[in-house]
Design a protein. Structure first.
Ligand code: ATP
Length: 236
């Protein structure tokens, strides 16, 4: 559903993506792994229209229509059905949990795949705190909120940047359940992670990034078995 070809990205004169190439298939969980600074977040931002880039990023919509994303504005890309959960979560601290979820909804469009009730059922902590200002939530609760808010816009693909970073194992488990629920509902996921652990449990496929290029494309099991490539490009 998403094809990335010969993607180059720059911060000023600094060239950080060097011909990135991969596909995201419909309904899969695709893990994008690599060390800090390897270019994973920049790839996510390129898909969302948040950095200058050259090359092709082509979305195939449900009706088969192909849309080129490079050059489009972030709000246009969101409207085309791509959701984003950035590393810093970007929640609105002075609004309540419920209000943050409302802001994720597309105006005039009822989400077909995700509801307030889905958010509250999967993350009971959010139900308990629905009238609390989001700024006082714990890091884990803010992550749950950011994930659910991205789904309120009814995306076909959601790009999620390091959702398990710094979270307690029990919350990491809940995030895993959330991702599996998305797959059941046909939402594709591009999951940025640093470690292989969660990818081994839930990803359908794995990409490994090093110095701004894709250096491995295969299953998490294949990557686990390839000690040399892991040692060179991945945190242990
Ligand atoms: N706003 C920026 N301005 C200049 N250079 C940047 C900027 N953001 C990232 N970089 C550089 O671009 C390269 C790729 O960074 P990127 O954030 O995409 O990596 P990453 O794999 O997602 O790691 P991290 O988890 O640390 O963000 C790194 O060398 C980084 O220092």
């Amino acid at each position: 559903m998403l094809r990335i070809d010969q993607l180059h990205a720059y911060y000023g004169k600094s060239h950080v993506l060097h011909g990135v190439q991969f596909n995201v298939r419909k309904g899969e969980i695709l893990a994008l792994l690599g060390r800090n600074g390897s270019g994973r977040s920049t790839t996510a931002k390129a898909i969302l229209g948040l950095v200058d880039c050259q090359g092709d990023i082509v979305l195939t919509r449900a009706d088969g229509q192909e849309v080129k994303l490079v050059g489009k504005k972030p709000y246009e890309i969101a409207h085309l059905g791509i959701g984003y959960v950035p590393e810093n979560r970007d929640i609105f601290p002075k609004l309540t949990v419920h209000q943050n979820l409302m802001l994720g909804e597309k105006r005039g469009h009822q989400s077909t795949r995700w509801s307030f009730e889905d958010s509250y059922r999967l993350f009971p902590r959010l139900r308990e705190r629905q009238h609390t200002e989001a700024g006082v939530l714990s890091g884990g609760e803010q992550q749950m909120l950011a994930l659910c808010r991205a789904l309120m816009g009814d995306p076909d693909l959601v790009v999620i940047d390091e959702p398990t970073e710094g979270l307690a194992p029990k919350i990491v488990e809940q995030v895993g359940e959330f991702l599996l629920t998305l797959r059941e509902r046909g939402v594709s996921v591009l999951l940025i992670e640093q470690k292989l652990t969660i990818a081994l449990e839930i990803a359908d496929r794995c990409l490994l990034m090093g110095h701004g290029s894709i250096v491995f494309d295969g299953s998490a099991q294949e990557l686990k078995a390839n000690a040399a490539i892991r040692k060179e490009w991945l945190e242990v």
